[in-house]
Design a protein around this ligand. Structure first.
Ligand code: ADE
Length: 253
């Protein structure tokens, strides 16, 4: 899979994509990530990428032409038509189902916005505007890196353990269960922090069941709204009914 990231801060993006899971996938040739400096697509001596806003007001607006030229260059190098995303707080909020959908495209282009905004006409070349959350970042670079990381994990061969990706609880719309590693007992003030007995039991069926229930209880406690769209099996539906009944008794009592 291929990603092009168009930014005025390539130095912020380049080291980040070279690290970790994405960096290793690039080295193996499973992913191709090209970071492009928006200023390379200007034509003036000062490589200007922004200008004052028509109508006045504070802050600068990113000019449309460098984005258009960058997209022309990317499309000229691309076999098919890439999917073009603009990172912005006005976009659709990124979710795992959206990440899954994006991972089905062979080539994504991420345009990173900055300053007060991007000239509205750039949106004529954008397929989708993506927000990573309801808060404002100084620019779209971190958001673009989030999109690349989340999408890349779903590309076969990027994460070593395919099973762990498939079993990510978020792929079913639930939060993850708690994890523990050695040592089983901690010294001093942390001695009371026990590893649940079931995880030390060696009973794999019981362990699977415990994890499944913990994931459900966590989701119920922390992010109950996720349960409206989560894919639940019979056990989970039963536990959910029990949790609801328990809450109703508590509220009623
Ligand atoms: N640029 C600034 N804030 C952003 C956000 N929340 N998501 C995506 N891009 C952004």
């Amino acid at each position: 899979m291929r990603f092009d990231i168009v930014t005025i801060f390539p130095a912020m993006v380049e080291p980040a994509v070279k690290a970790g899971v994405v960096g290793r996938a690039i080295e193996r040739g499973t992913l191709q990530v090209k970071v492009r400096d928006l200023r390379d697509y200007t034509t003036d001596r000062h490589r200007v990428v922004d200008d004052v806003a028509y109508g006045g007001g504070p802050g600068m607006v990113m000019k449309p032409e460098p984005f258009f030229r960058a997209l022309d260059a990317i499309e000229a190098e691309s076999a098919g038509r890439p999917m073009v995303l603009l990172t912005s707080p006005q976009g659709t909020r990124l979710t795992q189902p959206m990440v899954e959908r994006l991972s089905g495209h062979g080539h994504l282009v991420l345009l990173c916005g900055r300053y007060e905004g991007v000239d509205e006409r750039v949106r004529s070349r954008v397929d989708e505007e993506v927000s990573v959350g309801d808060y404002v970042l100084s620019g779209g670079e971190l958001a673009a890196l989030i999109v690349v990381d989340a999408v890349a994990r779903l590309v076969p061969g990027v994460v070593g353990d395919e099973q762990s990706v498939a079993e990510d609880s978020f792929s079913r719309g639930l939060l993850d269960y708690p994890h523990y590693t050695r040592p089983a007992e901690l010294p001093g003030a942390a001695a009371g922090l026990k590893v649940p007995d079931v995880l030390l039991s060696g009973n794999h069926a019981e362990i699977r069941r415990w994890r499944k229930r913990e994931a459900l209880v966590r989701t119920w406690t922390r992010r109950p709204e996720l349960l409206a769209t989560a894919v639940l099996d019979d056990d989970e539906l039963k536990w959910l009914r029990e949790l609801r009944a328990q809450r109703n008794t508590e509220v009623g009592g």
